[in-house]
Ligand binder design. Structure first.
Ligand SMILES: [Zn+2]
Length: 212
């Protein structure tokens, strides 16, 4: 789900070579899962998987920002956060539009594809969380990794629940319901990120970056 705190903000740690490698792994894992879920959402006719792909996209963007933008000026960080927020908002609107379209015309998604891919997503999220957890720095970073991973796991389990619902009811509605929920949460988080970035860009003294 919309997690905006997976990637660290601590520059001292981000400089560390081993930690950068872990961030790279997290970036690649999230980006690959973004692609896997997008293809699977098309293959299995599932909007919930499409919505969950949005979270992997957002997380990949967070890791990319940590790797490439965190050391830059606050202004650049705000622009990166704004770009991320707007991209995610557009993506969220696309998911919601797809859900509405499927609600009207759609077929029943394939629950096996949904369940299998959601479980794979859960595995990847847990693996990334454990990897990051070893390199956590300070209490707030630890807490954000925990919160973010928990939200991601809840999102993955919601897709598994939707798959069971689709299987038992033979209906597309559980898929659409979970898709709307995940996309709605991601959309509101994306709007918040974009708003904060905009206010930072407007203020003469840049505040805390919204990139985290
Ligand atoms: Zn996430």
């Amino acid at each position: 789900m919309a997690c905006d705190g997976c990637a660290p903000e601590d520059l001292g740690v981000a400089d560390d070579q081993r930690f950068r490698r872990v961030l790279w792994l997290a970036l690649i894992a999230n980006f690959v899962m973004f692609g896997v879920e997008l293809v699977a959402s098309w293959w299995g006719d599932s909007v919930a998987l499409q919505a969950d792909a949005l979270d992997f996209f957002g997380d990949a963007a967070n890791y990319a920002i940590s790797l490439f933008v965190l050391g830059m000026s606050l202004q650049r960080r705000a622009y990166a956060a704004l770009f991320k927020g707007l991209t995610m908002a557009a993506f969220g609107l696309w998911v919601i539009a797809t859900a509405v379209q499927r609600a009207i015309t759609g077929s029943v998604p394939d629950p096996a594809t949904m369940g299998a891919i959601a479980l794979l997503a859960l595995l990847v999220n847990v693996a990334v969380a454990l990897m990051l957890y070893r390199y956590r720095s300070g209490d707030s970073n630890m807490r954000s990794i925990w919160l973010c991973s928990r939200n991601d796991a809840i999102g993955n389990l919601a897709v598994v629940a939707a798959a069971s619902g689709v299987f038992m009811l033979g209906s597309r509605w559980p898929d659409l319901l979970v898709a709307m929920l995940i996309a709605g949460l991601s959309l509101s988080a994306a709007v918040q990120v974009a708003r904060q970035a905009l206010s930072e860009l407007r203020s003469p003294v840049y505040g805390r970056s919204a990139s985290g």
